[in-house]
Ligand binder design. Structure first.
Ligand code: GAR
Length: 204
């Protein structure tokens, strides 16, 4: 049970950061066969699987097939890493307390898509990323760790995304490690880490 399954839909750079951090990634599963991250994982000798959402009539049927694929590896932790499908309440319930996500904003600001463009349009001076436990409400679960970066006048969505992504690659492996080491405690929706571990990072 002390291993993890990572769910991706594309590039998979966060998954790669977890593998390179030495985390026990048992399998990488994608809803898209063409996800570039699958090739990287296979090249590292990690099991891969594809469960295409196109093959199922309903979200619930897809999620049931996805859960079967995940459960084959008996993971203690399931990490969503750029997995671009909204999961059903049933799926979220099944993995409650062991399902993490990374979102490219300082939640609760900018839940949903196009976070970097929306942050620029709002004129925020700090932006960042959040690792959180997944709950039924999209991008709203208990926050494990956040990293903030400055927003510069010259930024566009691409430059800002790159600055945020570099921090994603730091905080997501850290959060997964804390989880697998049994260090995360959720009380009244607030996450703390046992021991002296900062849950925030500022990367100027
Ligand atoms: C990451 O920036 C991640 O935070 C974001 O997708 C990207 C995936 O990149 N996730 C979401 O927007 C989820 N709502 P990656 O495939 O290279 O890890």
């Amino acid at each position: 049970m002390n291993n993890m399954v990572v769910l991706i839909s594309g590039r998979g750079s966060n998954m790669r950061a977890m593998v390179e951090a030495g985390l026990p990634v048992a399998a990488v599963i994608s809803n898209r066969a063409e996800a570039a991250g699958l090739e990287y994982a296979a090249g590292r000798g990690i099991a891969t699987a594809v469960v295409s959402h196109r093959g199922y009539a309903t979200r619930e049927a897809f999620d049931a097939a996805l859960a079967l694929a995940v459960d084959a590896f008996h993971p203690g932790l399931v990490a969503l890493a750029g997995f671009m499908r909204i999961l059903s309440a049933g799926f979220v319930q099944r993995y409650q307390g062991r399902l993490l996500n990374i979102h490219p904003s300082l939640l609760p600001a900018f839940a949903g898509l196009d976070t970097h463009a929306r942050a620029l349009a709002a004129g925020v001076k700090l932006h960042g990323c959040t690792v959180h436990f997944v709950t039924a409400e999209l991008d709203h679960g208990p926050i494990v760790v956040q990293a903030a970066v400055p927003v510069f006048v010259r930024d566009d969505a691409t430059s800002l995304a790159a600055r945020v992504l570099a921090q994603e690659h730091r905080i997501y492996p850290q959060a997964a490690r804390w989880f697998l080491d049994g260090k995360l405690v959720i009380e009244n929706g607030i996450v703390r880490v046992n021991g002296d571990h900062p849950q925030q990072l500022y990367a100027p």
